[in-house]
Design a binder for this molecule. Sequence first.
Ligand SMILES: Cc1cc2nc3c(=O)[nH]c(=O)nc-3n(C[C@H](O)[C@H](O)[C@H](O)COP(=O)(O)OP(=O)(O)OC[C@H]3O[C@@H](n4cnc5c(N)ncnc54)[C@H](O)[C@@H]3O)c2cc1C
Length: 393
Amino acid sequence: MSTWIDSEKCNGCGRCLKTCPYGAIEMGSDDKVRILDTCISCGACLESCRQEAILTDVQPRTVPDFSDKQGVWVVAEQQHGQLHPVSLELLGKARELADILGQEVTALLPGDNISPLAETLVRHGADRVLLVQHPELQTYRPVVYTDVVENIVREHQPNILLVGATLQGRDLAPRLARRLQTGLTADCTELSIDQDEKILLQTRPAFGGNVMATIVCRYSRPQMATVRPGVMVPKQVPQPSGTVTDIPAKVSPARLAAEQVVETIRAAGRKISLNAARAIVAGGRGMGSAAAFAELEKLAAVIGAEVAGTRIAVENDWIAAERQVGQTGQTVRPELYIACGISGAVQHRAGMMNSRYIIAVNKDPNAPIFKIADWGIVGDVHQVIPELTAQLQ
Ligand SMILES: Cc1cc2nc3c(=O)[nH]c(=O)nc-3n(C[C@H](O)[C@H](O)[C@H](O)COP(=O)(O)OP(=O)(O)OC[C@H]3O[C@@H](n4cnc5c(N)ncnc54)[C@H](O)[C@@H]3O)c2cc1C
């Protein structure tokens, strides 16, 4: 498999240099381009050459016929008999995608004693709920869960498979993708269907959040994506009519012996649920100190909000890491988000821009946060926040 230059035809225009993602083409001293050893024959340069001087023996890849791969699936998640909200959020999106494709939505739920949860999954858009119940599936076990889900997915051959980007989902999804020999796009912020090819468009931030990349999985199935909690919106269907089927769990004793849950320890301290918060008061570098964050606590107490922060605030130890909002923190969708001393960098916006109402307090009238804020207060947080708290009190 190789790619080479017909130097008779090459006129040294250099157009191909920019098209190589691997920097594997260089201009020679003879004003003809040369292909370097780092070339992987991806073919990205071929169309750029008007002289047709780039030659390759790589056969163009053909897209297989996937017409037998049907259905949009969600691997639903539960803990101690409680559905994780992300499962319902994913079902809302799965319903939308399936309606465009004219396919069915299936929720696959592993666990034990989980039958009562099926109705909720149907109400949130599942045409079909597959329950895989077994005492050994009560708690997530990486290899056992992967075995179970893999077997069912192989048998039913879905078109699309969505998983929540939770601790569990982030572990399960890559294992599954590897075993099914398919692609996986992690932490998608948008999912849609390409009108022409009818394939899943998986959009997520890339290059440090500076661009949004749309990724497709053209040559394998299922098309797999994870989505973080709080990114999609759960929707209830007006006339739920899904079926519920129990599927026997094929659990191998050898795997069970290798993977045993010895003890489950709950994290100490108050549980942070920024995802579920109706109001959030968030602080950034402009707050200036941990003491200033105490002012945010006071404001939050008056309006019943949670306190959060930017990555800078976390790095300065002004607030705990679990309260970071943004691309590498949590994604939130409260009714009200008050951003205090926050510039509105793209990585922060990625986690909060779907808030219903955004109020920004910043001393710089040109701060980017004002572009997405519903209300803006140009001023010093040290004056504005105590005043706001006093007035609301
Ligand atoms: C890969 C990657 C992932 C990242 N992930 C995240 C993430 O998940 N979350 C996140 O938040 N960031 C993230 N970042 C960092 C991000 O790029 C920004 O650096 C960060 O969001 C900026 O935080 P900030 O708004 O607190 O600080 P700054 O950008 O420094 O803004 C401070 C703001 O405070 C204002 N200000 C200063 N003093 C006052 C005052 N007295 N009164 C009022 N306003 C004042 C200033 O005008 C300024 O607008 C990530 C970066 C990278 C590269």
